[in-house]
Design a protein around this ligand. Structure first.
Ligand SMILES: *Cc1c(COP(=O)(O)O)cnc(C)c1O
Length: 348
């Protein structure tokens, strides 16, 4: 499908991405600021994101698994590090041993596997209260990591986007670990963790969401710029008469005569049904509300107020992450990582 122009696209703002990284780097205090580029760069495109952040000076990247590592490994050079957050399964060992990326060992089994293979440089994840991945902070971590060639010791905050005692508790536990376990670098904070203050920075921070325009904390709102703007093309402009129903299950019945635009966008594109009757498109600042249910591949918006828009034209989809999250019930993370493969991704 060379040369194919998709009927839906993401306009991606490379300057905003870099500006967000710079703000997060400044907020990280003395710590280096890395970047989480898992899930294909949160849906934007990992190669494109990493290329831009490398140019801006970012040196430390994080992906989830070895498939994601393989997709960006060609961008690695001396002084650039790529850590694989889920560590190594048995199935990953051949790739991992030959890779310039390194695993974040997360379980005693992974540590044993890596040690037995003489795996070399690695990171280690300590669980300090989330009970997801990582060696238990209450265990004998000193013994558990003995002999590993550790680059970074990590932990991850469970509730950094909330004002809760757990943040201070995890910070304290991580500090205690740091006293006992010696590593070249320590890393705790994600985007929201950076906003908790430089105490959380240690040597390296790992923002994801905020790089891509997500607002992890009210203090970021004035500084983080939007990066992702979905746009969809109009397939049909259509007249709807008073009393007519629109879309599946006839959930919207027109109270008066209307004009709608049917857009090439649906829940298969991550525009989930939570936007039914709640989302909107925009044109020159005018809000064009979604009418009825979002279909798999289509959605209708009210363009009665905009007689100028017709077939073939493009509309912005209202996607301010805070507002879209409130409207749809989806998290900001779900809103960007769900955007899917059918969009053309255009960097501006
Ligand atoms: C996803 C992830 C991050 C980035 O988190 P954001 O909330 O997107 O900033 C950092 N560290 C780990 C271990 C992660 O899984």
């Amino acid at each position: 499908m060379h040369g194919y122009i998709a009927p839906l696209r993401l306009r991606l703002d490379g300057d905003a991405l870099v500006s967000n990284w710079r703000w997060l780097a400044a907020m990280s205090g003395g710590a280096a600021c890395g970047a989480a580029i898992k899930a294909n760069g949160y849906g934007l495109g990992a190669v494109e994101v990493m290329t831009r952040l490398l140019r801006a000076g970012c040196r430390d990247f994080f992906v989830s698994n070895w498939g994601e590592a393989a997709a960006v490994e060609h961008l690695l050079a001396d002084g650039i590090s790529l850590s694989v957050l889920h560590g190594v399964r048995q199935e990953d060992m051949a790739q991992a041993l030959g890779s310039r990326a390194r695993p974040v060992l997360c379980t005693p089994e992974q540590v044993a596997r890596w040690r037995a293979a003489g795996g070399g440089r690695c990171d280690v994840m300590i669980d300090t209260g989330m009970n997801r991945l990582g060696l238990d902070w209450r265990g004998d971590v000193v013994f558990a990591v003995e002999g590993l060639e550790m680059a970074t010791l990590l932990s991850h905050l469970a509730s950094a986007d909330e004002d809760t005692m757990l943040n201070a508790a995890q910070l304290d536990r991580f500090r205690q670990i740091r006293i006992r376990v010696s590593a070249p670098r320590y890393s705790l904070a994600n985007s929201a963790g950076i906003c908790l203050g430089t105490d959380f920075g240690f040597d390296l921070t790992r923002p994801g969401l905020a790089l891509y325009g997500g607002i992890p904390s009210p203090i970021a709102a004035q500084h983080i710029r939007p990066v992702v703007q979905p746009q969809a093309q109009i397939l049909q402009r259509r007249r709807v008469l008073a009393g007519d129903a629109i879309g599946y299950n006839a959930t919207h019945v027109a109270e008066k005569d209307l004009e709608i635009a049917v857009l090439n966008l649906g829940y298969a594109d991550g525009y989930l049904r939570g936007f039914s009757g709640r989302g909107a498109a925009c044109r020159d600042g005018a809000r064009l509300p979604v009418l009825g249910r979002v279909s798999m591949d289509l959605v209708a918006v009210d363009v009665s107020a905009r007689p100028d828009v017709g077939e073939g034209e493009w509309l912005d989809i209202a996607y301010d992450l805070g507002e879209a999250s409130a409207a749809s019930g989806l998290s900001q993370y779900e809103l960007i990582t769900g955007l899917g493969a059918r969009y053309d991704r255009l960097w501006i």
